[in-house]
Ligand binder design. Structure first.
Ligand code: NAD
Ligand code: GDU
Length: 335
């Protein structure tokens, strides 16, 4: 059995590839390297550079390599960018995802795991969000993902595909063994940005919005360590193979931190007092997103091992330093 991981050269995909390989799985990556990096695909794992929207390519790969399962990460992921380029996001995340699902159905792939997002909930009415809360995304990114969830559920019903949709809350940190991490220079995610500021690669951090209806006025998010999330994918795969029913699961820890709290933790753990600017709200940001984790805890054989904001930040900082060293080494060898 071969597991095809689309977007496996990206941040979460590469950590999941590591977790799959560690679990003894045979893995193949399909990635167009638009935001991914070849070096994040571990040695011994095949990388096919191509577009998931190319249905003929996906079908060829499935047939040639005997793909039994697809874990579909490939997508565009920046919320503000989705507001400026909605059609690009519906193409990248919905139309191309349809091509993956169609190839899965037509080639008899048995199981699909889909990367969804807390952004499908929009601005929930409750602090702790259960999977059955209304889905009312407030930006094209969230809508593009919700449409894909629906497509997958409908296709599964019609064609007997098994699936799990995983709605990630805020993913952060890096492989504790230093094998992968968030590698995009232009990343927009808070913990990455703050880690870059602490490492001197950015001048500082802007806090987007201090007038939200939260205790300190900044947005609250549920940050999950990327390696715990990767392990949840392996557990979801094991569950589907054992005949577990189709399901949608929140992935988080069930606890939230404000932007100010996160910035303070990055300063304390790094020991660097980088500049912080208070700025207006960023469009498309809901005030508070915290996962209800009852379902994932009961359905998956999964216990988080890294549920600790200090550890998340420490691993993110370690990875940032590693990236900086590699770049310096690259400059030295180039000159
Ligand atoms: N990072 C988060 O906090 C977060 C939260 C919720 C959901 N997600 C979802 O997780 C998934 C992975 O996100 P990430 O943070 O690892 O982002 P990422 O940008 O690091 O990874 C995406 C990967 O997909 C590849 N890709 C993009 N479009 C492609 C295409 N058309 N064909 C082939 N490859 C393509 C990119 O090159 C990259 O390697 C996405 O589906 C995203 O929506 C991420
Ligand atoms: O430089 C920054 C970056 C972020 N933030 C704030 O920090 C919070 C978290 O922002 P991120 O960009 O780190 O993450 P988002 O919550 O916007 O979105 C992430 O989580 C979502 C689900 O919760 C989606 O899945 C999405 O893909 C993923 O990017 C937000 O209030 C944002 O305004 C800042 O103040 N300054």
């Amino acid at each position: 059995m071969t597991v095809l991981v689309t977007g496996g050269a990206g941040y979460i995909g590469s950590h999941t590839v590591l977790a799959l390989v560690d679990a003894g799985e045979k893995v193949l990556v399909l990635d167009d390297l638009s935001t991914g990096h070849r070096r994040l695909v571990p040695d011994g794992v095949g990388l096919i550079v191509g577009d998931v929207g190319d249905g003929a390519l996906v079908r060829r790969i499935v047939e040639q390599y005997g793909v039994s399962e697809i874990i579909h990460f490939a997508a565009r992921i920046v919320v503000p960018e989705s507001i400026l380029d909605p059609l690009g996001y519906y193409l990248g995340n919905t139309v191309k995802t349809r091509a993956v699902f169609e190839a899965a159905v037509s080639c008899g792939v048995r199981r699909v795991i889909f990367s969804s997002t807390a952004a499908v909930y929009g601005e929930p009415r409750v602090a702790i969000i259960g999977e059955d809360e209304p889905k009312a995304p407030i930006n094209p990114y969230g809508r593009s993902k919700l449409m894909s969830e629906w497509m997958l559920a409908d296709a599964a019903c019609a064609h007997g595909l098994s699936y799990t949709s995983l709605r990630y809350f805020n993913v952060a940190g890096a492989d504790p063994a230093g094998r992968s991490g968030q590698s995009s220079k232009n990343a927009t995610h808070l913990i990455k940005v703050a880690s870059q500021a602490a490492s001197g690669e950015r001048r500082g951090v802007e806090i987007f919005g201090t007038d939200y209806p939260t205790p300190d006025g900044t947005c609250i998010r549920d940050y999950i360590h990327v390696s715990d999330l990767a392990a949840a994918h392996v557990a979801a795969l094991v569950r589907l193979r054992a005949g577990g029913p189709n399901m949608t699961l929140n992935c988080g820890y069930g606890r939230g931190y404000s932007v100010k709290e996160v910035v303070d933790v990055v300063k304390r753990v790094s020991g660097v007092d980088f500049p912080v600017t208070l700025s207006p709200r960023r469009p498309g940001d809901p005030p508070c997103l915290i996962a209800s984790v009852e379902r994932i805890r009961s359905e998956l054989d999964w216990t988080p091992k890294l549920d600790d904001l200090d550890a998340i930040v420490r691993h993110a900082l370690d990875w940032e330093r590693r990236l900086a060293r590699k770049e310096l080494a690259g400059h030295a060898s180039a000159s």
